[in-house]
Design a protein around this ligand. Structure first.
Ligand code: HGY
Ligand code: MN
Ligand code: MN
Length: 440
């Protein structure tokens, strides 16, 4: 090595030392990168659990497929040296020691349960990505100051049960809800080795977690349409859900004249048609959906005496959700008066809107920029576990593009390179968080 080369190498080494080593405050950034091929292979393997012949998965929470998928992920967590445990709410929690043992952990995570006939990326990208970050740090010989926790939250799709048990938002009445697996939440938690009788012990308090980061597919088309690599989430919408019951009068479909019916199905149909009209009356990005309907007694020759619907409203502004519900109640009253039916609204689910932390948004942007990736700040119209953890810690969310914005569908897809880029941003944001959110 000639004198100039030696001098250059020596100066670079000194520079790296001044940078304080991995995650340091200096200019030199650790060159550590995740293993994208490993992430791709693990996503493919996880997709086998609950695989549907037409593509995608039905790995609904508390199902056999969910339990088998969790076993696979537990294996990945052990290989990554995370020594995973199952908490009382059924969350898989892995832990990696930090150099400041007294510091509160930085948490990464997401979920692996899916909706029925869902896709292979909603949840698993952030779950596998979080495990990969831990493994990449170990392979690079990097120890963060903060302990690192990797959380695979249970039943995200059925109501963020696991993360809302941690935040304290989970209501007892939810334990009796019957989930897509056919099990109640209570029985489902037991089925995945949690303990529904000790959920209070899964609770975390402000200060127990230094910060939380979640990587997730966008589930919309904004990033793809803009050719942007990384979404920096500004806030996650609040969600409220109601069981709407329409009471009419069951009667003979053949002998009851058309002007003498209290037809609950007709009233329900008029209400369903009114939802988009009422929801869009107010300016903004709020959304409203009727996702489930059931008529009773459900026979072709009986005028339905009762119809049960689900109603869901979402927006970043919780009071706006309440105002829109009042408008829908007034509309239901008007509809009921037309044919003598009565509407009842029973709220059964609340997930609070959550802004992300501005300091973490900036760290995500810095990390992406240093990796040569474009970014865009944006809201999340989908709910996420991050909004539960936001009740007790500062949170950040990183989005990667969803092809055609499709999600909750077998056609859901994100490119391996885009996913690897997102996991690298997760890794380097963590290192920046570790260096700036002072360990005690
Ligand atoms: O419903 C949602 O927004 C999320 O995908 N669980
Ligand atoms: Mn999700
Ligand atoms: Mn989802």
């Amino acid at each position: 090595m000639n004198r100039q080369a030696f001098t250059r190498a020596a100066l670079a080494a000194v520079g790296a030392l001044l940078a304080g080593g991995p995650g340091g405050r200096g200019q030199e950034r650790p060159r550590v990168r995740v293993n994208g091929a490993r992430v791709t292979e693990q996503l493919r393997a996880l997709a086998e659990f609950g695989k549907n012949p037409e593509g995608g998965v039905s790995r609904v929470a508390y199902s056999e497929a969910d339990r088998a998928g969790r076993e696979y992920v537990l294996g990945l967590m052990r290989t990554a040296g995370l020594d995973p445990k199952t908490d009382y709410a059924g969350n898989l929690i892995g832990r990696r020691a930090g150099s400041s043992p007294g510091a509160a952990p930085i948490m990464l995570g997401s979920h692996i349960d899916s909706v029925p006939n869902g896709g292979n990326y909603d949840g698993p990208v952030g779950a596998i990505g979080a495990i990969e970050v831990a493994r990449a740090l170990t392979e690079a010989g990097i120890t963060t100051q903060h302990p690192l926790e990797v959380a695979i939250f249970s039943n995200e799709e059925g109501g963020k049960t696991g993360s809302r048990a941690i935040s304290g938002e989970l209501a007892d009445k939810e334990l009796d809800l019957v989930t897509a697996s056919g099990r109640t939440v209570r029985d489902g938690i037991a089925f995945i080795d949690g303990d529904p009788g000790r959920l209070a012990s899964a609770r975390r308090r402000p200060g127990d977690v230094a910060a939380f980061l979640e990587l997730h597919v966008e589930q919309g088309a904004i990033l793809q349409r803009g050719g942007i690599a990384i979404g920096v989430v500004e806030g996650i919408v609040g969600i409220k859900r109601w069981n709407v019951t329409v009471e009419g009068f069951a009667n003979h479909a053949g002998t009851t004249p058309m002007d003498a019916r209290q037809d609950a199905m007709v009233a329900a149909a008029r209400f369903i048609e009114a939802v988009p009209r009422v929801v869009t009356r107010t300016p903004g990005r709020q959304v409203g959906t009727v996702g489930r309907i059931q008529a009773f007694p459900g026979a072709p020759n009986v005028i339905p005496g009762r119809v049960a619907l689900s109603l869901e409203l979402r927006d970043l502004d919780m009071p706006k959700i309440d105002r829109i519900l009042e408008d829908l109640r007034a509309e239901a009253q008007r509809i009921g008066a037309l044919n003598g039916t009565i509407f009842r609204f029973d709220e059964f689910y609340v997930s609070h809107a959550a802004p992300t932390d501005e300091r973490i948004r900036r760290l995500i942007e810095e990390a992406a920029s240093e990796l040569g990736l474009s970014t865009l700040r944006m809201p999340s119209g989908a709910g996420h576990d991050a909004q539960s953890i936001a009740q007790l810690a500062p949170v950040g969310m990183v989005f990667v593009p969803s092809v055609e914005g499709i999600s909750h569908s077998p056609s859901e897809f994100s490119h391996p390179d885009a996913i690897a880029a997102g996991v690298n941003v997760l890794l380097h944001t963590l290192l920046k968080l570790d260096a700036t959110f002072g360990a005690r």
